[in-house]
Ligand binder design. Structure first.
Ligand code: GAR
Length: 219
């Protein structure tokens, strides 16, 4: 049985998708938030998962916060730490401590659009495809070996909310998939890349949902 700790900062819909996936061989040991008002905490508690808050505002600097967070995580002796909408930048020491067992989901097709406001920036840039990436975390912001990506179209008339919703639906598919692969010991980090053992074509490391065939589109 692999033990997983999930870190959230807010809504926690990705955490919810992972919990609902009920991955065989995985136990969600705890959900930890850096914000006391994170609404995802209620879902976790209602599902019998231990919850705690390590409020970043209570610490003088990032090192002190990172140390307290690591202590809260390590109490559960996790095999995997999952960042699910965790909106604090973590220091190098913290990231190295969990090297190879710290995953994040980012709402863009990395390496495009690291950082914040990815959907707004994608719309502004006029990209035709956008998406989400699950990756292992390295000290550089929103970088690290990629496990799986999902691609969505950017459609005429999209606003930030519409595009975010389309991407989020795919996040909820790929994050449980990435965690499942980890739990099944199928992921190997080779330099900057991740190899997925026995990756079936149907569950490839990237995925394009069926496009809505809109009249007049194409070519
Ligand atoms: C998700 O879209 C996730 O990709 C993004 O925050 C949202 C959290 O939603 N994460 C980042 O931007 C991290 N850089 P959720 O709380 O409902 O899972």
């Amino acid at each position: 049985m692999k033990s997983i700790v999930i870190l959230i900062s807010g809504r926690g819909s990705n955490m919810e998708a992972i919990v609902r996936a009920a991955i065989p061989g995985a136990r969600i040991a705890a959900v930890i938030s850096n914000r006391p008002d994170a609404s995802g905490l209620a879902f976790a508690a209602a599902h019998g998962i231990a919850t705690s808050v390590v409020d970043h505002k209570a610490f003088a600097d990032r090192e002190a916060f990172d140390a307290a967070l690591a202590e809260a995580i390590d109490a559960h002796r996790p095999d995997l730490v999952v960042l699910a909408g965790f909106m604090r930048v973590l220091g190098d020491g913290f990231v190295r401590r969990y090297e190879g067992r710290l995953m994040n989901i980012h709402p863009s097709l990395l390496p495009a659009f690291p950082g914040l406001h990815t959907h707004r920036r994608a719309l502004r840039a006029g990209v035709r495809v956008h998406g989400a990436t699950v990756h292992f975390v390295t000290p550089a912001l929103d970088s690290g070996p990629m496990v799986i990506q999902a691609v969505v179209p950017v459609l005429p008339g999209d606003d930030e909310a519409a595009l975010a919703a389309r991407v989020l639906a795919q996040e909820h598919r790929i994050y449980p998939q990435a965690v499942r692969w980890f739990v099944e010991d199928r992921l190997t980090i080779a330099g900057e890349q991740v190899r997925v053992r026995d990756e079936a074509a149907s569950a490839a490391g990237w995925t394009v949902p069926a496009l809505d065939p809109s009249p007049g589109g194409g070519c």
